[in-house]
Design a protein around this ligand. Sequence first.
Ligand SMILES: [Zn+2]
Length: 217
Amino acid sequence: MATTQAANELVAAAQALFTAGVMSHSGHANLSARLDAESFLLTPGFVRDLGPGDLAVVSLDGRVLDGELRSVSTEIIAMHSAVYRARPHVGAVIHTHSPSATAFALAHRPLPCRTEPMLRFGQPEEVPVVPWGPRGSDVSVRGIVDVLEQRPTTSAALLANHGLLVFGPDSTATAHLVVAIEESAGAEIAAATIGGAVDFPEGALAAVRSSIARVAS
Ligand SMILES: [Zn+2]
């Protein structure tokens, strides 16, 4: 039952990314959702017209326990499992080639937190860049692990010359953060043509945190 619910949420998150217009022309992405300490659901190598029955169950050590993955997808298992290992509270991981975020990844430029959505929806700090390595390679995965160690509170990373990697408590929240980051990257690029984006004033993060705490209490 828990698996069915997680699968439905993951499929809905994939659809939300298309609806929000944050996918690249190719529609390339992979999404995963943790099932327990040892396994997670993973998209099979496509996300367009995805159904819950298309998802595979994969162990953190890379074995396909149920379902099937396209051969290209076996390369990305390590990218997802590295995040689950490094962050025990992470419940979902999403990788996309969202165009504006990918522009930052191509330029090897960290994405600053200078918009309300990033500030409020899970990334109140800059998105760091992971050095390039072939997709799913030890170099690439090691780079992701290193950045997660160096930035213990980041919920996203830009993969140099590649794309975006975002993680969060569940599929829905993680998809929201992908949208917030892509929107922020697009706004940064647009602002660059009219003089450049400006940082939040000193103390903005603390103010937002206390306002969120007030609403939640
Ligand atoms: Zn990719």
